[in-house]
Design a protein. Structure first.
Length: 474
């Protein structure tokens, strides 16, 4: 019979064998694994020859991105500031910090939520406040408009009247949603406008049926405050939440509770628990997660106090080793808010340093798709150029076009290699104008899909409106 510490002894043996450079002593019949000794000058010479940036990478290997923002003297040269865009309009009438902003149900309007316990409706063209909504007893932390443009949801501080549902265009309170005993930080509608989700300071997520004004799902998912939640835009049964504990939690609303088998006396007596949800612990290197968007069934964006925007591919998730295929670097302070374009090609983020940045969703995939198209085009040009039945001048034009395409392909391959090697994405534009934390942002494209308007809210008590041509973001 094996001793009580047999498993521990085997683990220690394997660890000792690995330290000696192989697993032969830890596993019967195992093959020794060849390792590289970084103290060996020959190994260092080989690695420097194979990887020109070896010393730079190793020098910062033990320093996280957040620390580099403040301590690396060459940070500005490595992460250059993208072209800067200044605001076209500034909105001032709130008497305290503005915590959230969204585009209004009526065309050309926007709605803001503030610590002064009011919501204000603005005319985006005139920059004027056209209405003030009162109903909250304390600061209003967030606001959201339903997809059918018939309702507005707001949430805020306090133990009562902390979640209000407004009818539009009457601008009257339709119901006070109950369930949270503390302040509510975030609120959002499902894409079909049937449900709404709220995130509380106590770490609780509550889902409401809008028609009945009643809670249909409630779960405490975070240690500390739940900073935000988002329905999947393709499936309203799927939900994600982000918390101050640094985790992301995925919920399937079709699972209304734990299986009854988990409530049996034997399970309770033996402290058996079952978690049917997927979660990512330490999603932002252990720092708090401030914003999240569930773009589709496979893609999630999150922004955190590690100064990063991250893109998660749910097809590559595993319970113990979640993989983040996309990191977006350049912010020098925590990312507090984010919004995704309607066509899901761009993401805008708001930062504590008062700036916003616009990012491409997945530039590596875009480059690879473009390369496939250009290679097919080059193949067609080669075929046309080899057609000797064509006039000589026409074939010469095909030859010049072929050379130009080859140069474009070479440049695209260089960009692809750089993105693959560096593993992060740079921003297209920087939006400046705020002098305090950017607490919210919203994206809206015009009817011709030629320009985009981005509105932002800030703790400097103002809103800013930016207009950018989509051609500038290519």
């Amino acid at each position: 019979m094996a001793g009580p510490f047999a498993l521990i002894d085997r683990a220690l043996n394997r660890s000792a064998a690995a330290a000696k450079g192989g697993y032969g002593g830890g596993y019967p019949g195992g093959k020794p694994r060849k390792g590289r000794d970084l103290n060996d000058p020959k190994t260092l010479e080989y690695l420097r020859r194979m990887h020109p940036d070896f010393d730079e990478v190793m020098g910062s290997a033990d320093v996280d991105y957040r620390t580099r923002c403040h301590t690396d003297a060459s940070f500005a040269s490595k992460f250059r500031i993208p072209p800067v865009v200044e605001p076209q309009h500034t909105f001032r009438e709130h008497t305290n910090s503005v915590d959230s902003v969204c585009w209004g149900p009526d065309p050309g309007t926007l709605i803001s939520a503030s610590h002064d316990a009011t919501l204000k409706v603005w005319d985006s063209k005139r920059g004027a406040c056209v209405d003030t909504l009162k109903g909250h007893v304390a600061g209003v932390y967030h606001c959201a408009v339903s997809g059918n443009k018939q309702m507005l949801l707001s949430c805020g501080s306090g133990q009562e009247k902390n979640v209000l549902l407004w009818r539009w265009p009457e601008k009257k309170i339709a119901s006070v949603l109950q369930g949270h005993s503390r302040s509510v930080i975030h609120a959002a509608f499902s894409n079909d406008s049937v449900s709404a989700v709220t995130s509380g300071q106590d770490g609780t997520v509550i889902v409401y049926d809008i028609a009945r004004g009643a809670a249909t799902f409630r779960r405490n998912v975070h240690l500390g405050s739940c900073n935000g939640s988002s329905f999947c835009q393709e499936d309203s049964n799927l939900l994600i939440s982000a918390g101050a504990d640094g985790s992301l939690h995925f919920l399937d609303l079709r699972e209304q509770g734990a299986p009854k088998a988990c409530l049996l006396p034997s399970a309770v007596a033996n402290s058996v628990s079952m978690k049917a949800t997927l979660s990512i612990q330490g999603a932002h290197d252990g720092y708090a997660v401030h914003a999240v968007e569930f773009v589709d069934r496979t893609t999630v964006f999150s922004g955190g106090a590690d100064h990063k925007l991250k893109r998660w591919d749910l097809r590559q998730m595993s319970p113990f080793k979640p993989r983040c295929p996309g990191q977006y670097l350049g912010h020098t302070a925590p990312v507090r808010s984010l919004a995704v374009s309607a066509d899901k090609r761009f993401v805008v983020t708001g930062c504590e340093d008062g700036s916003l940045r616009i990012w491409p969703k997945d530039p590596l995939s875009d480059i690879r798709s473009s390369l496939r198209g250009m290679k097919m085009q080059l193949k067609d040009l080669d075929t046309d150029m080899q057609d000797f039945g064509r006039p000589a001048a026409e074939r010469q034009a095909f030859s010049r076009k072929c050379d130009e395409t080859k140069e474009i392909i070479a440049a695209a391959k260089k960009n692809e290699e750089q993105l693959s090697r560096e593993g992060y994405t740079s921003a297209f534009r920087t939006l400046n104008g705020h002098v305090a934390q950017v607490s919210g942002c919203a994206w809206q494209e015009d009817s011709q899909l030629k320009a985009v308007s981005i509105v932002s809210s800030s703790w400097d008590q103002t809103l800013k409106l930016f207009n950018i041509s989509l051609d500038d973001l290519k």
